[in-house]
Design a protein around this ligand. Structure first.
Ligand code: PLP
Ligand code: COI
Length: 366
């Protein structure tokens, strides 16, 4: 395959042994182990995107005045490589991740990495680290983390001229230690993640830094995750720390799926978008609209809201069982994973893992 930019490959002097890799893949956790290589591409104001390098995974050097360390120009993506039943490797909606990185770059005044380079960086990494993709037939995958940051040295506040794009990878099991067991969530009324006109729709590192204190508060309250509410009225549900939210109203043929509309303050999740399509395919009514915490509480209590789940690349689909806030706690139905949640989960993961037909052209062999 020809690419606009060539990739050079530096051999690894001491890659992980097959025995050690097997030990890691037996219980990878999430984000704990990194593969042997990384891909690196530099951008300069004058030269644009330079050659890609496939290198041994290693620490990098940065000038202490590198602008990312001061003014925070850093964005990232998250996608997965899935082992297919025939042993090949595939990604899911990789073009959508490339486009979202470009939109994040626009918002943070950074240069856009062309889609072709994004896709080729993933191919190049998998060409050397394919043995790190967990076996087919289970829940594990290889999590890919492309990211970009400002490298130019200088203390003036302005968009940097030089950047680095890096791609690293980490074998991934369940994001939550308890797997698909329902999580408890904390409604954050004290802290806000994103405001209208802000950076909430970008996958911008600062959004995650700003969320950590609320996540710590949620943990103190015995919860797994924060649910972010709108910045103005602190009333409308937006999303979770690294996931979008869905509400199932009713059951069986009457089931309807409601998810917060893309207000500009929440991340347009690729899993969210895929589930809206899959639900429509299977005849489930869908609504993208505002949903308030008062509606959530009252309709969960009356039984009208029958299931709630969170979705994202890392978390896949995770049921929400209980909701806590300063006003007390309520549960969703019996607090167990619901039928619609698990059916959508099976369809989505089946497409990703090559056991269900990919009728939307979402899967790319790498
Ligand atoms: N919301 C936030 C804040 C996220 O970080 C993520 C994860 O990427 C999502 C939602 C879900 O997005 P996706 O389904 O594209 O992974
Ligand atoms: C993802 O699902 O890819 C995320 O980025 C969520 C989280 C790990 C930040």
């Amino acid at each position: 395959m020809t690419t606009a930019v060539d990739f050079v490959r530096a051999p690894h002097p001491a890659p992980t042994t097959a025995e050690r890799r097997a030990e890691i893949l037996a219980a990878p956790g999430f984000g704990r182990y990194l593969t042997d290589h990384m891909v690196s591409i530099d951008y300069t104001r004058d030269g644009g995107w330079g050659p890609g390098r496939v290198e041994p995974y290693a620490p990098i050097t940065l000038d202490p005045a590198a602008m990312v360390l001061h003014y925070g120009q850093a964005i990232f993506e998250g996608l997965k490589a899935y082992r297919q039943p025939d042993g090949s490797i595939a990604s899911f909606r990789i073009d959508a991740n490339a486009r979202r990185l470009q939109r994040s770059a626009q918002r943070i005044a950074m240069p856009e990495l062309p889609t072709e380079l994004f896709v080729e960086s993933v191919r190049q990494l998998l060409a050397v680290d394919h043995a790190w993709v967990p076996a087919a037939g289970g829940e594990d995958s290889l999590y890919l983390r492309p990211f970009m940051f400002a490298t130019e040295a200088g203390l003036g506040v302005r968009p940097a001229g030089n950047y680095r794009y890096l791609l690293i990878a980490s074998p991934a099991g369940a994001y939550f230690p308890r797997g698909v067991k329902p999580v408890r969530v904390w409604l954050s009324t004290e802290y806000v993640r994103a405001a209208p006109g802000g950076t909430g729709a970008a996958k911008f590192a600062g959004n995650y830094a700003a969320s950590l204190v609320a996540q710590a508060q949620a943990a103190e309250e015995g919860c797994d995750q924060v649910v972010w509410l709108d910045a103005i009225e602190h009333r409308y549900v937006e999303e979770m720390g690294g996931m979008n939210l869905f509400f199932v109203f009713g059951a069986g043929a009457q089931a309807k799926l409601v998810t917060p509309e893309l207000s500009g303050a929440l991340l347009p999740g690729i899993t969210r978008d895929s589930l809206l399509t899959l639900a429509a395919d299977s005849g489930i009514a869908i609504e993208e609209r505002r949903i308030g915490t008062d509606e959530w509480r009252s309709k969960a209590s009356s039984g009208e809201i029958t299931e709630v789940f969170a979705c994202g690349t890392a978390a896949v689909i995770t049921p929400v069982g209980a909701v806590c806030s300063a006003d007390g706690e309520f549960t969703i139905a019996d607090g167990e994973p619901g039928e619609v949640t698990m059916a959508l989960r099976d369809t989505l993961t089946g497409i990703q893992r090559g056991t269900f037909a990919d009728t939307h052209g979402w899967v790319t062999r790498l």
